[in-house]
Each structure stands twice: as structure tokens, then as C-alpha cells.
Design a binder for this molecule. Structure first.
Ligand SMILES: C[S@@+](CC[C@H](N)C(=O)[O-])C[C@H]1O[C@@H](n2cnc3c(N)ncnc32)[C@H](O)[C@@H]1O
Length: 288
């Protein structure tokens, strides 16, 4: 197993499951009310070891998950929950090499998850209108060694995006429906769009905007994760769960001349009838 490197982010787990993120600098130490740990005792050692403070309290050394990193983030805005972040990465089809636009950056919770998904050769272009939010997000990403994967842009996205032909665009802003023309201009044909919205009214407005634009495969989702108590002879769900976090809306951009792939025969005929069909020859003989 790869040994702990100087300055990488690691997770210390205490006896009651308390979790701390630390970055071991040579010669430095970490302290709590349970004593201190010398970083030189961690650097170069395998993860999974137990390290003991000078007064005898034990901590397990592990590598943090993306979920740990998001949950420990310093924040001034609402950040995305790990359950939603995971679904976004799947639906936006993010992996090494993808180019993605997100707005707004907020505290950088999602920026962090996106950066980890598209690294090392992909890129996240993260737009934010408020300077103080961008500053905090930049610091959060820098602390986790992820700055190299992100371009931070300070701008109201009503003014549009700099990039074109990107693989995906994600919006976590109010009134996402207002920015669909800007999204269309930036997205490659076949590219993925996603948005997180707290209320059903916003979902309704966004759905209408996507349907009026060049989008197909519109999907509206709500993720409910119900954790269960891991007690084999009294197996049951926890008493409480995080219920509503937001609605997720996804769609794929398709050029208008390819819309017919998503139409049934009746819709195709109607498109011809109303003059919304770019090329009548595209219709099969047996359908005309
Ligand atoms: C809910 S926060 C985003 C949280 C972020 N997804 C996270 O996980 O940390 C929404 C952010 O969008 C920004 N915002 C709202 N409207 C915007 C616009 N038109 N252009 C750019 N940023 C905008 C806000 O300033 C705020 O920081």
C-alpha cells in the first residue's frame, strides 16, 4: 500500500469515530485535547496504522473519501450533499479528460467532487458572481491539492461562458431556466446538462426552458437515501434521515436537425405539418 506522503490530506479517526483531516508537514505536529501526534511518525508509514498521542490516545490513519472532503469543507453557502454529488457524476458522465462548466461555485463542495472525477487530464470551469465565495472556494480547493484541475471565473453567468464544445454544464443557481441559451452556446452536441433545484416550481420552469431549447432525454429525479442501523439481529432503518435536499434535472443537448430520433411517428408528422422539420427527406417513406 502507498505510504503517506508529506502534505497529502489524510484522515485521523479517533476512538468515538471522531474524524479529523490533517496535512502532515515534516517536523510538524497535530494537537487536540487528547495530546499531540508528531507528523514525522506518520509520513512514510502505510495507511491503516494506529498512532498514539504522548498521553496514550489512539488514532487510526486513513485516506479520506471524497465525501469526507466535502463534509469537512469550510462553507458560507449551502453545499451539495454527497448522495447528490455522486448521482451528478454518473448522469453528467464525468471521468478523466472531461471538460465541464459549473455555476455557481459557492463554497466549492461540488467543484471538489467534479475535480476529483475529471483529473488528471480533465478541467472544471467554475463560474461565480460573488468574489467572497470564489475566494473561499479557491482556498478550499488549494488546501486539498486540487487547484490544478480548476479554472475559477468571476462572472454573472447571464453574460455567458468563455468555453465552447464542453462535455457537460451543471447549474446550481436560482432561476437556472434563465440561462439555457448560455448553456446551449457552451455545450457540445450530445453534451450533458444538469441542475440542482430546491423547489418544484423551479423544476417546472427549467423543464419548460429545456423543452423549448435543443434538449432531449429530460430526467427529473429526487434521491432519498435511508440509512439502516447495521445491527444484524435488530435490523431496521435509522429513526431520522436527510429528506429533501433538492431536485436533480438532467438533459442532453441535441441539434434541432436530430430531434426526430426522439420523436414517435405522430410527433414527426406534426413537426412536418407545423413546418418545424428542417428536412422533409429525413422522414422514412413509409411514414410520410
Ligand atoms: C448554492 S451555492 C452553490 C453551492 C455549490 N454547488 C457547492 O457545492 O458548494 C449557489 C452559488 O451560485 C452563485 N450564483 C447565483 N447566481 C449566479 C449567477 N447568475 N452567476 C454566477 N454565480 C451565481 C451564488 O453567489 C452562490 O455562491
Amino acid at each position: 500500500m502507498r505510504a503517506v506522503e508529506a502534505y497529502e490530506t489524510i484522515l485521523l479517526v479517533g476512538k468515538e469515530g471522531k474524524r479529523y483531516l490533517v496535512q502532515p508537514a515534516p517536523g510538524g505536529s497535530w494537537s487536540s485535547n487528547r495530546g499531540h501526534i508528531s507528523f514525522d511518525d506518520i509520513i512514510g508509514q502505510p495507511v491503516g496504522q494506529v498512532i498514539t498521542t504522548q498521553i496514550g490516545h489512539e488514532y487510526l490513519v486513513l485516506r479520506p473519501t471524497t465525501s469526507d472532503l466535502i463534509q469537512h469543507l469550510k462553507r458560507t453557502t449551502q453545499i451539495v450533499y454527497p448522495k447528490d454529488a455522486a448521482q451528478l457524476i454518473m448522469e453528467l458522465d464525468l471521468w478523466d479528460g472531461k471538460r465541464l462548466i459549473e455555476a455557481g461555485t459557492g463554497s466549492g463542495g461540488l467543484t471538489l467532487a467534479f475535480a476529483r472525477a475529471v483529473m488528471p487530464s480533465g478541467r472544471v470551469y467554475s463560474y461565480e458572481a460573488r468574489e467572497e465565495h470564489q475566494r473561499l472556494a479557491r482556498r478550499n480547493l488549494e488546501k486539498r491539492g486540487l487547484l490544478a484541475a480548476v479554472d475559477f471565473k468571476l462572472r454573472d453567468i447571464a453574460e455567458g461562458f468563455d468555453e465552447t464544445e464542453v462535455d457537460a454544464v451543471f447549474l446550481d443557481v436560482r432561476e437556472a431556466d434563465r440561462f439555457i441559451p448560455q448553456v446551449e452556446a457552451a455545450l457540445a452536441d450530445g453534451g450533458m446538462f444538469g441542475s440542482l433545484l430546491p423547489t418544484a416550481n423551479q423544476v417546472s420552469a427549467l423543464t419548460a426552458a429545456l423543452q423549448a431549447g435543443d434538449f432531449v432525454e429530460i430526467r427529473i429525479q429526487e434521491l432519498l437515501v435511508r440509512p439502516w442501523k447495521p445491527v444484524p439481529d435488530r435490523l431496521r432503518p435509522n429513526d431520522r434521515m436527510i429528506a429533501h435536499t433538492g431536485f436533480l434535472v438532467f438533459a442532453r443537448k441535441i441539434s434541432a436537425r436530430h430531434r426526430h430520433f426522439w420523436m414517435d411517428k405522430r410527433q414527426r408528422r406534426r413537426a412536418v405539418e407545423y413546418g418545424n422539420w428542417p428536412n422533409r427527406d429525413d422522414i422514412d417513406e413509409d411514414e410520410s
